[in-house]
Design a protein around this ligand. Sequence first.
Ligand code: GLU
Length: 387
Amino acid sequence: MNNLCYNNFVMNISDAKRIVFKFGTNVLRNEEKEISLSRIYSFIEEISKLQKKGKEIIIVTSGAVGLGSKQLGVDSSESLSVKQACAAVGQCQLMNIYEDGFNKYSINTAQILLTEDDFSNRIKYLSLSNVLNTLLDMKVIPIINQNDTVSTVELEEAGNPLYGVSFSDNDKLSALVASKLDADLLIILSDIDGLYDDNPKENPNAKLIYEVKEVTEKIEKYAHSASKGGRGGMKTKLEAAKVVTHSGGFVVIANGKSPQIIKRLFEGEKLGTKFYPVEQLSQKRRWIAYATNITGQLVVNDGAKNAIMKNNKSLLAKGVIQVNGSFSRGDVISVLDENKKEFARGIANYSSSDCKKILGEHSDNIYDLLGYKNYDAVITKDNIAFV
Ligand code: GLU
């Protein structure tokens, strides 16, 4: 048995009720880059058994771009519009297979295509969780992918270095879905066995890490560059693990090409890397920390950093030393320390132009400087989340 027990969270993989599976492009294709039907059908069969046992299942699937480019005989990296076209073609292929496969077990599926805006916009974010919960109540398996055909995230990211998007790959997307739905478990299946302490392709002595109690900076240093085919590598998988383990869930990263991987994981075989739950942030803090786009930054002095981190205080204008980017009141922004390292995110009470006018000033002077004063703090403590 995989007895996952840390802090107040006690769980076996087999006890998880709500489970998100994430399938990477490379596990859905064979060596010839064609769809691997046998592998997908074996996932479908195992997942159907789990659902019959009362588990609630959500699938986040990659593969649309990869399958579409094979089908069309084009290189998806040619241009963004070619890639978007590949995604549109490949997505149909993918959904047909999932729908057909699950229907054989009398299970209905639903296609959900998402962009970063569906998470950033709080109203869309709340409505998304309502529909997903309704589908789960109806015993339908939601099958989710990033809506590459309309997503412009890659353009936006390239255009503005201050702009932080909620997700640009399916690893993070699967984590946001798991976090929003309070899933007990996220299983990420890709073409690697798990997290190694060094690059296994370059160092034959690299060791697989079976258990991670917390994604610390040391653990993050183990991440290697992206795997070919999909968008994510170990770095995005660790980011995903961080989101879910701070939302009270646990995460497994394992090799989807290993035979009967899902069955073996649920039987408790020692496979892949497991990440233990660390804490359960409130839903609002999860949205601030992980789910929404970032439009600007405040750099603060050490005194303000300590007040926020150690004494749970709001961020006052007095502690702000620099304002970057252009943001409005109500936007989520990054809070950086004097070394320009991000340590928190929060909802701004004042716009970037107003922040520039009150930076370094005592809160009592805000009215005189701006002609109005809605809040003493630039970010109120309840609207701050650590990252
Ligand atoms: N959404 C992309 C696809 O279906 C993959 C993105 C990713 O692998 O992160 O091809």
